[in-house]
Design a protein around this ligand. Structure first.
Ligand code: 26Q
Length: 811
């Protein structure tokens, strides 16, 4: 039955009455949002049920994407879009005098991720559902997502992200599908039924409750599932043992210790600091997820030894890699398979993606901690390692090799090695990244298992990042080349034919201006700062990290500022620089960098002598929903990481798709973007991969040489600590020390000159409007290949071996 506007209005009024006993005229925006959300979920539920029935009936191979993070953002807008009822809904609400956009703003972001890795998982879910891959997410239902950032006096302050405070209209709690996860205790071996069995006793049992969220495909009747697990005590509120002894404090403490497992997302995305709670989180969702997959599989009456023909499990970085050992436990201990059969099934089932080469981020767990928390899992890891070491020794007969490649060595368990040994596929996230993994970080493993390694360049969903976030541009594209690009994003290339067309260029210009004006109003309302929509909007939004080099950006701005001070007539296009970045709460240098950006912003924004030619806006609390606002209005995208350090980047692709010109190092996926759009349509600067590798190897970089030989650098660096930024001289002393005394790990000073030239080049290009718009159109046209629909198609063909299936609706 096709939904009509009148039906929707009737449903809305009825739902509002049933939920809140209110009429539209007296209801708050919050109630209107909650009402519409529940209604939309209802509209999806028949498709959801139907999808599950057809997956089961047809015995299709299913994919489970295991991830500690899903950075989903808001769902109302994208669910309406994918159900194809945005306009209908907007018109229905309009009849009630309600603006749909305002209702969408009420929804809290589901910020259950740190950044790139978590957002990638969310884009992949959208693409799997939209191209008809039976693929589901599995993760943790954190009570609190990534902290909310406030800037107070220029400093970052973290506030808990209580995203569930008004409830969550999208999820369904499924108590009847709970699983029990066991921690601690001891394992003994007993001989039973002619076989060695492992008895796990005195463990602590934690109840894992799944909450399911529908993942709605784009106009294709497919609705997959994101299953997130929440931790509860088995005996609801108290530890009954302690309770019956009258030890009430202990009885309650137990409850909190269990609930703390799914309480909060770890806000650090670089340092694997080996906290036991994090290991608990990992095992918790992995064990619950695997148990529920096996339970479902067994209902199909297929034999357990064909598990790998019907199930593929993807592990998003090493965080869920303990799944390798847990599946072995379930197959050997619970399903009574032989070790060899179980190991074959396990490796055929798993595939692993590496997202970083930064050594600080490589996960390892101290043996003692691991063994105590997960005694049986530890035994299994030991056995996997023992057998693997025999193989290495057989091949190389070299104890050093065995030591270097062992899963367990130097008192630690190396999770990446466990993931590689336990999977049939290992991939990096951009060509350059995969090459570096093969030739350096994982070279030993590449030599041993060359057939496991492959590249899958990241992608982004063009539905959220173009169709939904930039409706004006989307309409223009559809008017110009038709709507095929929505189902097949590669068709965006058809607008290339219009890149030199003056009337099309003009429309592109008007749309960008209109988006820029909208955002200028947002800035005025939220920051009280007036910005000029005719200035170049130059944007760097991403996590704050030394390797991403926000410092290089701010030094470039300072240099421009000092040039303007000495020559107020300098002929530049006015620029507004935007930053958005959260620092991990314990990352000292990152937090100082935030203070520096805000300090420079205060100084420059309030200096009337430069006639408002530069403005700097630090956008508080950068998040998915804020990204959707800022990206469509960017003229310039800053992708300036030290070459070799950014595995891929995905923000880079979002800006490209919205027509920004990229200033970039040849790092991560910038390399492929540059190949796609052509080097005349992107501004590349800085050290190349081999320059970085050589300097790191030979230790021949001395940042002080750049300080001494470049007066611009000297001036900027000196001004950090001489009071000229109107803060105490100690404020940025540690940044100074990091760059000079500690030798500038990420080559900010070395790339400075090249970066300034790149920024000057942008100024020149922007002055030629026709040329600029031609470049911009060319970027949009070539961005289709970076849709995650393409990426997911490659995963499905080359790693998962899953078919696309069409869901039919029966009535
Ligand atoms: C590990 C152990 C303990 C605590 C935290 C962590 C942890 C958490 C998150 C380590 C790393 C992360 C996230 C990494 C990440 O987001 N990497 C990014 O992944 C993107 C998607 O592939 C790439 O585009 C980025 O280049 C990469 O930086």
């Amino acid at each position: 039955m096709k939904l009509t506007k009148e039906q929707l209005k009737t449903d809305f009024k009825k739902k509002l009455m049933n939920l809140y006993a209110e009429r539209v005229s007296e209801s708050s925006k919050l109630h209107q949002y909650l009402t519409l959300g529940s209604l939309v979920k209802e509209y999806a539920s028949e498709k959801w049920m139907n999808t599950n029935i057809q997956y089961t009936k047809k015995h299709v191979k299913q994919v489970y994407y295991f991830s500690m993070e899903f950075l989903i953002g808001r769902l109302l807008g994208s669910n309406l879009l994918n159900l194809g009822i945005t306009d209908l809904c907007s018109e229905a609400l309009h009849d009630f005098g309600i603006d749909l956009n305002e209702i969408e703003e009420v929804e809290n972001d589901a910020g259950l991720g740190n950044g790139g890795l978590g957002r990638l998982a969310a884009c992949f879910l959208d693409s799997m559902a939209s191209i008809g891959i039976p693929g589901h997410g599995c993760g943790i239902r954190y009570d609190y997502g990534l902290f909310e950032q406030k800037i107070i006096n220029g400093y970052q302050v973290e506030i808990p992200d209580n995203w569930l405070k008004h409830g969550n209209v999208w999820e369904v709690r499924k108590e009847d599908k709970a699983a029990v996860v066991k921690f601690g205790g001891k394992v003994s071996t007993v001989f039973e039924d002619n076989k060695l069995c492992f008895k796990h006793e005195d463990y602590e049992a934690v109840l894992a409750i799944p909450y399911d969220t529908p993942v709605i495909g784009y106009e294709n009747n497919t609705v997959n599932t994101l299953r997130l697990w929440s931790a509860e005590t088995v005996d609801k509120d108290f530890d009954l043992d302690s309770f019956s002894k009258g030890e009430y404090t202990k009885a309650v403490e137990h409850k909190y210790s269990v609930q703390s497992i799914s309480q909060v997302l770890y806000p650090d995305d670089t340092r694997a600091d080996g906290k036991i709670l994090r290991l608990k989180q990992q095992y918790f969702f992995v064990s619950a997820g695997l148990q529920s997959i096996i339970r479902r599989y067994k209902k199909s009456n297929l034999p357990i030894n064909r598990f790998d023909e019907f199930i593929a499990i993807h592990i998003n970085d090493t965080h869920p890699s303990i799944a390798v050992a847990e599946l072995m436990r379930l197959l050997v201990d619970e399903e009574n398979l032989s070790w060899d059969d179980a190991f074959k099934i396990t490796t055929n089932t798993f595939a692993y993606t590496n997202h970083t080469i930064m050594s600080e981020a490589l996960e390892k767990w101290p043996i003692e901690m691991f063994k105590k928390l997960l005694p049986r899992i530890f035994m299994i890891v030991e056995e996997i390692d023992r057998r693997f070491c025999i193989e290495i020794n057989e091949k190389y007969n070299d104890p050093q090799k065995v030591h270097d490649m062992a899963i367990i060595s130097d008192g630690n368990i190396k999770m990446a090695y466990l993931a590689i040994v336990g999977s049939h596929s290992v991939n990096g996230v951009a060509k350059l990244h995969t090459e570096i993994l093969k030739s350096r970080e994982l070279n030993n493993f590449y030599n041993f298992y060359p057939y496991k390694f492959n590249n899958k360049t990241n992608g982004i969903t063009h539905r959220r990042w173009l169709l939904k976030s930039n409706p004006k541009l989307s309409s223009l594209i559809t008017e110009t080349i038709g709507n095929k690009w929505i189902h097949d994003p590669n068709k965006l290339i058809d607008i290339l034919a219009f890149s030199k067309n003056a009337s099309f260029q003009n429309k592109i210009y008007e749309i960008k201006q209109s988006n820029k004006i909208d955002f200028a109003n947002h800035v005025k309302d939220n920051y009280g700062i007036i910005i000029d929509p005719n200035s170049i909007y130059d944007v760097q939004v991403k996590r704050l990290h030394a390797y991403k080099r926000q410092l290089l950006n701010i030094f470039g701005i300072l240099d421009l500022y000092y040039r303007l001070k000495s020559n107020p007539n300098l002929d530049i296009v006015p620029r507004t620089f935007f930053f958005g970045a959260k620092a991990a709460p314990g990352y000292y240098l990152a937090k100082r960098t935030i203070k520096l950006i805000n300090t420079v912003a205060d100084k420059i924004n309030n200096d009337s002598s430069i006639n408002g030619k530069i403005k700097i806006i630090f956008l508080e609390n950068y998040s998915v929903s804020l990204a959707e606002k800022i990206i469509p209005c960017a003229d310039v995208s800053e992708q300036i990481s030290t070459t070799t350090k950014e595995a891929s980047g995905t923000g880079n692709m979002k800006f490209m798709m919205n027509g920004a010109i990229t200033v970039a190092t040849l790092d991560g996926a910038n390399v492929e973007m540059s190949e796609a759009v052509g080097e005349n349509n992107i501004v590349i600067f800085g050290m190349k991969k081999d320059d970085v590798i050589d300097l790191e190897k030979n230790k021949t970089y001395h940042s002080i040489d750049y300080y001494n030989s470049d007066s611009r650098i000297k001036f900027i660096i000196d001004n950090l600590i001489n009071g000229s930024l109107d803060v105490p001289t100690s404020e940025f002393a540690d940044i100074h020390k990091y760059l000079i005394a500690n030798n500038d790990e990420y080559f900010v000073l070395k790339d400075f000159d090249s970066y300034i030239n790149a920024e000057n080049k942008i100024d020149g290009l922007y002055k030629n409007r026709g040329k600029w718009l031609e470049m911009s159109i060319s970027n949009i046209a070539h961005s289709g290949v970076f849709s995650s629909d393409n990426t997911i198609e490659q995963y499905s063909k080359e790693i998962w071996n899953t078919d696309r299936i069409t869901i039919n609706m029966h009535h």
